[in-house]
Design a protein around this ligand. Structure first.
Ligand code: GLN
Length: 250
């Protein structure tokens, strides 16, 4: 089947090869006989709720975020309707921050956000950089790890009761203190993890694909047959080792 992806601001929000996440989703979809159709959503492109099975937004420096934030905030109702309608969402770093309520720069300037994620972000003086490892449980009883790389000045505060994506085993995460990383609202995931994220976390790529297919079919997320992910597992292991070598939240 065709899986339609809305890639938000690919020309501005694409650092650390975040575009690679789309390539992984496309490849893993085609190995299962599905086809990923990717539509670039830029300034002035409306988001038609229901048209996309997955919305994807990558990371970017403050300057690039400032170039897209007001246009994205103008699409607030469309993004919220798409997510409420069951579309999957993957938001990475700068994109994750802009799907929260707001991002305040160190100089006090504040960028508006979409408010899909119950959180806000404030830039700190010191950047939080390095390999990071998370403990995650997206499905009850299925504990997994996610390994990646983070580089952000933003400190993200989740609202009381908000669900993080995972617990920090090693690295900074949302704010370098709380031990929480990212945020989850149903099929919408936000994270600081670059790398890109999905090549070294193939189970997560499959989870996101399954949510997108569930939207397309209005059914349950399919369970995919295992693929030979030997190389991906090795990349994960190397990244996890590097993160652990950094030690706990530093
Ligand atoms: N500009 C944001 C920050 O510094 C996000 C950076 C990123 O996407 N890597 O926190």
């Amino acid at each position: 089947m065709k899986i339609v992806v809305g890639h938000l601001y690919p020309e501005y929000l694409n650092i650390y090869a975040d575009r690679g996440n789309i390539a992984v989703l496309a490849q893993r979809a085609s190995w299962r006989g599905h086809e990923l159709e990717v539509e670039a959503v830029s300034a002035e492109t409306p988001i038609v709720p229901g048209a996309h099975d997955l919305l994807y937004i990558g990371g970017g420096q403050d300057r690039e975020q400032a170039l897209v934030a007001h246009d994205l905030a103008g699409k607030r109702e469309q993004v919220l309707a798409a997510a409420t309608g069951g579309a999957a969402v993957l938001a990475v770093c700068g994109g994750y921050q802009l799907l929260g309520r707001s991002y305040r720069f160190a100089d006090g300037e504040e960028l508006p956000g979409v408010g899909l994620f119950p959180l806000h972000t404030t830039a700190g003086a010191r950047r939080m950089i390095g390999d990071i490892l998370l403990d995650v449980e997206l499905e009850p009883g299925e504990r997994r790890t996610i390994a990646g790389f983070e580089n952000h000045a933003g400190r993200t505060q989740l609202d009381e009761g908000a669900e993080p994506l995972g617990r920090v085993v090693a690295g900074f995460g949302n704010d370098g203190e709380s031990g929480a990383e990212g945020c989850r609202v149903g099929r919408a995931l936000g994270t600081y993890l670059h790398g890109p994220l999905l090549p070294r976390n193939p189970w997560l790529a499959d989870w996101i694909l399954a949510q997108a297919i569930a939207h397309r079919t209005s059914g349950d997320p399919p369970r995919f047959e295992e693929l030979d992910d030997g190389l991906e597992r090795e990349a994960h292991a190397v990244s996890a080792r590097r993160a652990r070598a950094r030690g706990g939240r530093s």
